[in-house]
Structures are given as structure tokens and as C-alpha cells.
Ligand binder design. Structure first.
Ligand code: AQP
Length: 322
């Protein structure tokens, strides 16, 4: 087996939903056993959105707690906060100077977010993928586990590595993308769109939602959007496939094929199985102390910074800044 160098980040913007979990976090936990892994809290990315400064420290702590409760182990992987390693923003500036504006103009996430926050289309939002390239290339990463919505950004990261290497000599390796079996979980209410917090709480199942909340949200989930594609039904069946046993999935799939599927029954079983699946997570989350989280992040920052400083020493020499 090839030992990969793995890195991925999640923004501290509120609760994690099952899209974040199935598309990314679940994979992080599996990868830490076999690879050199770095997982970070992307706080500088998160300030490109509308936000309340007073809530940010709490959101960072909560996401770090989620990492630990989900099973990330600081003895097996490095967990840190992006802003604690100042080299990320320094490298992003350098990458800004080799990245053509036209490449950033193509980014679909930028277009979507600019549309969502028309009164706050800031330069950071536009430049977000360049900072992401710095996050990744800093650690000579070989593989990036992310959801499908991040594919275009990781492709840009590879291009930025090439732009830099062509201009200043071979320095950065091009990472590949790693997906889970569920790289795109869809919204409960608008299943043609990915599950996303910014759509609203009822579009998402949060991984620390209490069983009653899960049941209430699923009861309202759309099954037939009248699009002829049955996207809502497909999404629910995909979730049954993950969270329920094989027999249950096969039964519902057969009932769907024969037109006898009762969605109210499917939703009840799914709600129970999702609540059971995250029961340990909810329990562990309540047990993790602030001290444990703070120590994890302080140790992680030290380890990450040692590597970042080495990378930046080499980069500065290559670009002629001494
Ligand atoms: N619906 C999804 N299905 C699969 N994977 C997903 N990811 C996000 N949504 C889905 C993956 O989760 C990781 C963390 O992503 P992020 O921190 O960029 O969060 P996000 O995509 O911004 O999450 P939201 O809910 O969509 O937040 P808002 O609405 O605030 O922008 C990434 O690996 C991502 O691919």
C-alpha cells in the first residue's frame, strides 16, 4: 500500500450535516489509520461569508469537538486551525501572483456564493480557491478527501502547482482527489441541490440532531419534485443504503420498482437508523472537554507549522524574496 500524505479542511460555519460527514469526515476517520493525515479548521475561509465575529471562536471549538467525537485521533493525525499557521496566507499571496484571474472567474462555487451574498462579494470570496491551494500544497499533499462540490477547486490546485513549478522550478506535487461512495448528498427539500446549511436548517440533517428532530425533518423531506427524475426518492433510498441494513434497502428498492413503496414507512425507519448511527457521536460530543480540544489544537498547530516553515523557506528562496 502506498502511504499518502492527506489533507482536508472544513469551515467552522455551524453544525456539520450528513453531507459533510458522508462526503468528507467519515473518510477522514478511515484514512487516519493508514496515511499521514492533516485535518484543519478552515477559519480564514469561513470569514469570506457573512458572519458574526463573536460566534467564530465557539464555532471553531465546536468543529474541533466534532472532529474528536467523530473519531479523529490526535495520536494518528494532525488537527489544527488554519489561522494558527500564518504561512497559509503567505503562500496564498505568492500563489495569487502566478494564478490568472480568468481561472478564478470560472469557479462555480464563487458564482453560487456571490449570488447568495450579493451585498458582500468580497475579494476573499473570489480568492478562496487560491488559499485552498496554499492549504494543500504547503504539506506536499498527495491526496485530498473532499465532496464532489470541491472537485473544481482541487483541479485548480493542481494547475497552480504547475504554474508555480513552471515559473520557479519543480517544487510542488499535484494531489489527487479522493471521494467517498456518497460524494454528493442532496438537500431534503430541494433534492436537485446539494445539502447545504445556507439553504436552511430543514434542508439538512445535522449529525448532532436529536432523534425527534431527525424524524421531523425527514417527515417533511420531498420525494417527488415533479421533475420526472425522482431525485428526492433517490436521495432517501441512497441514505437507507448507507444507514440501514442491506435487507431493508433491498426491500424498499424492490417496492419502489413495483410502485408499492410507502415513503412514510421508509422515512420512519430511516430516522431511527440515522439517530442510532450517530448515538455514540452525540454521547462522545458531550464528554469531550474544552481542555482536551485546546491541547489538540495547540499540538496540531506546532506540528503543522514546523512543516509550513520548511516549505516557505524553500519557496521564498525560489521566488527571490530573502
Ligand atoms: N452535500 C454534500 N455532500 C457531500 N459532501 C459535501 N460537503 C459539503 N456538502 C456536501 C463536503 O464537506 C466538506 C466540508 O465542506 P465546507 O466546509 O466547504 O462546507 P460547505 O460545503 O460550505 O457546507 P455547506 O453546508 O454547503 O455550507 P454553506 O451552506 O455555509 O456553504 C467538503 O469536503 C465538502 O466537499
Amino acid at each position: 500500500m502506498i502511504k499518502e500524505i492527506i489533507l482536508s479542511g472544513i469551515q467552522p460555519t455551524g453544525k456539520l450535516h450528513i453531507g459533510n460527514y458522508l462526503g468528507a469526515l467519515k473518510n477522514f476517520v478511515a484514512l487516519q489509520d493508514q496515511h499521514e493525515c492533516y485535518f484543519f479548521i478552515a477559519d480564514y475561509h469561513s470569514i469570506t461569508e457573512n458572519y458574526e465575529p463573536n460566534t467564530k471562536p465557539q464555532q471553531v471549538m465546536e468543529l474541533a469537538t466534532d472532529f474528536l467525537a467523530a473519531g479523529l485521533n490526535p495520536k494518528k493525525c494532525t488537527i489544527f486551525v488554519q489561522s494558527h499557521v500564518a504561512e497559509h496566507t503567505e503562500l496564498a499571496w505568492i500563489f495569487n501572483c502566478v494564478t490568472p484571474i480568468s481561472y478564478l472567474e470560472r469557479m462555480t462555487q464563487y458564482k453560487d456564493k456571490a449570488n447568495q451574498q450579493q451585498k458582500n462579494i468580497n475579494v476573499g470570496l473570489f480568492d478562496y480557491p487560491v488559499l485552498q491551494a496554499a492549504d494543500i500544497l504547503m504539506y506536499r499533499v498527495t491526496a485530498v478527501p473532499v465532496g464532489q462540490d470541491q472537485d473544481q477547486h482541487v483541479e485548480l490546485t493542481r494547475q497552480i502547482a504547475r504554474f508555480f513549478n513552471n515559473r520557479f522550478g519543480q517544487t510542488f506535487t499535484e494531489p489527487k482527489t479522493i471521494h467517498t461512495d456518497t460524494p454528493k448528498v442532496m438537500s431534503l427539500l430541494t433534492p436537485e441541490k446539494k445539502m447545504s446549511k445556507s439553504l436552511g436548517d430543514n434542508h439538512c440533517l445535522y449529525i448532532d440532531d436529536e432523534p425527534k428532530v431527525i424524524a421531523a425533518k425527514l417527515a417533511k423531506a420531498v420525494t417527488d419534485t415533479g421533475d420526472g427524475q425522482g431525485l428526492g426518492a433517490r436521495n432517501l433510498l441512497d441514505l437507507i443504503k448507507i444507514f440501514s441494513d442491506d435487507k431493508t434497502y433491498k426491500r424498499f428498492q424492490a417496492e419502489k420498482n413495483s410502485g408499492t413503496l410507502k415513503y412514510s414507512e421508509l422515512k420512519e425507519i430511516l430516522a431511527q437508523d440515522i439517530a442510532d448511527y450517530f448515538a455514540d457521536f452525540r454521547k462522545r460530543k458531550k464528554q469531550i472537554s474544552q481542555k482536551e480540544v485546546e491541547k489538540t489544537l495547540a499540538d496540531g498547530a506546532k506540528k503543522a507549522q514546523a512543516i509550513a516553515q520548511k516549505t516557505m523557506a524553500e519557496v521564498r528562496i525560489k521566488i527571490g524574496i530573502r
